[in-house]
Design a protein around this ligand. Structure first.
Ligand code: ATP
Ligand code: MG
Length: 417
């Protein structure tokens, strides 16, 4: 019989597929972002003054591009670099990243900024304006500067009250102070020409000034990205160039895909997982193009896509997804009426003691989930009268989906989102 040490050694010695699979996770932010050098440079130019003449002006920049084009990753890694540079020059600069999809008002966004800056501003019963003034004062006392990324800003444009939208866009029109300590990066998937339709003329001018565009990735670019991300994620030599090329061609914008790096990474990861299972059964020794084919042809891909999105959806979006899944299961049909989904959603909220989001917000969530490819929507149904909307999932099997959703909801509730 093997002793415990021998068992451990045999596991350690056994050649595997993944060296560190967390490096392929969607939330992992790599040190280098191939093919985003130009966007990085533009950011550096626009934020130069924060280091050279801190407080002289407040930068306001939009990062615009479709799903999975590296907006979030670029903003976060820019934040890391610039705060390091600032501290080398004696400027107290912090980077703050707020996911606006989980916020409901300008005040809740500002609260999040305060928390991430670690400032002590009492906020019991303060209005947005009072709270912000207290926050700015505290920053003055601490001689602190910040770059704030407002990620998922479309959700602000769609679902925040007009007043709150303007407060976040025209911040220093409202708050007159000598030193402008807050700088903003707005991250959006909406074409700027679409985004401004939700605004008045003055705000429009503000939003249009500095836009950095993130185009969908071409196949060649994805190849470099995959190869780079695979380093350290897989054992050396386990994935061949043909595999990277195949995935890159599946997803590349110029080769018929949507140019979404997150999707490309998810496919590579799933192919790796499949190869790992086969390796344990002695049926494979490395990741092959065939594994990618199997993954991309299988129903798993729909599930991969949904599971991938669970990481960045807010609690209410997750509850809505659960409501859709339950609705589909209860009715046993392939599409379910949104009105019905909303009822189920409200019931779920009530059971958890949560206030359900308003109809307009729920509607926005559905549009948003559809634009992410997580759900599919349809206006009419054969054999049913009237004009209402219907929603469904792609290929994801409902039971696996529901159990994954349960877990994600539990996690979100724990962090108290
Ligand atoms: N140039 C790149 N090099 C390496 N990894 C990248 C690159 N661009 C994107 N990624 C990775 O792809 C995934 C998606 O990127 P990211 O989350 O930044 O996209 P996004 O533009 O914010 O998408 P969304 O609009 O869906 O929020 C992340 O895991 C990110 O680390
Ligand atoms: Mg993002």
């Amino acid at each position: 019989m093997l002793n415990l040490k021998e068992i451990a050694e045999s596991v350690l010695k056994k050649p595997g597929v993944f060296l560190d699979e967390t490096r392929l996770y969607p939330e992992y932010v790599p040190d280098v972002l191939p093919h985003r050098e130009e966007q990085f440079k533009q950011l550096a130019k626009l934020f130069k003054h924060v280091i050279v003449m801190p407080g002289s002006s407040s930068a306001r920049v939009i990062l615009y591009g479709p799903l999975g084009t590296g907006k979030t990753a670029t903003a976060i890694s820019f934040g890391k670099v610039i705060t390091r540079l600032a501290s080398e020059r004696g400027v107290k600069l912090r980077y703050v990243h707020v996911n606006c999809a989980s916020a409901r008002s300008a005040l809740s966004v500002l609260r999040e900024i305060k928390n991430q800056l670690g400032l002590s501003v009492p906020d019991r019963g303060l209005s947005f304006s009072e709270f912000t003034q207290a926050l700015l004062k505290e920053m003055e006392v601490e001689d602190l500067y910040a770059i704030v990324s407002l990620d998922e800003f479309d959700s602000v444009l769609y679902s925040f009250k007009k007043e709150d939208r303007y407060s976040l866009i025209r911040f220093y029109d409202i708050f007159h102070v000598e030193k402008l300590r807050l700088n903003f990066i707005y991250i959006s998937r909406m074409r700027p020409t679409e985004a401004i339709k939700t605004l008045d003329e003055v705000s429009e001018g503000y939003m249009m000034r500095n836009t950095i565009v993130f185009s969908p990735y071409k196949s060649r670019e994805l190849y470099d990205i995959l190869k780079y991300r695979a380093e350290g994620a897989f054992y050396p030599g386990v994935v061949g160039d043909d595999v990277f090329e195949y995935v890159a061609n599946l997803v590349g914008y110029d080769t018929g895909g949507d140019g979404n790096a997150r999707k490309a990474l998810a496919i590579l990861y799933a192919a790796g997982k499949l190869a790992e299972r086969e390796m344990e059964e002695g049926r494979a020794s490395r990741v092959l193009v065939d594994h990618v084919r199997a993954v991309s042809a299988s129903e798993d891909l729909g599930l991969i896509h949904v599971l991938d999105s669970l990481n960045y959806l807010s609690l209410h979006q997750l509850l809505l997804l659960k409501a859709i899944a339950l609705g589909l299961r209860e009715t046993g049909s392939d599409y379910v009426n949104i009105g019905y989904v909303e009822e189920v959603y409200r019931r779920l909220c009530r059971n958890l003691g949560l206030e359900p989001r308003k109809h307009t917000q729920v509607y926005y969530y559905v549009t948003e989930l559809a634009s992410r490819g997580v759900v599919m929507t349809r206006k009419t149904m054969k054999g049913r009268r009237g004009r209402s909307s219907y929603v469904s999932f792609g290929a994801a099997p409902l039971d696996s989906l529901l159990s994954a959703l349960e877990k994600a909801i539990a996690v979100r509730r724990e962090v108290g989102e």
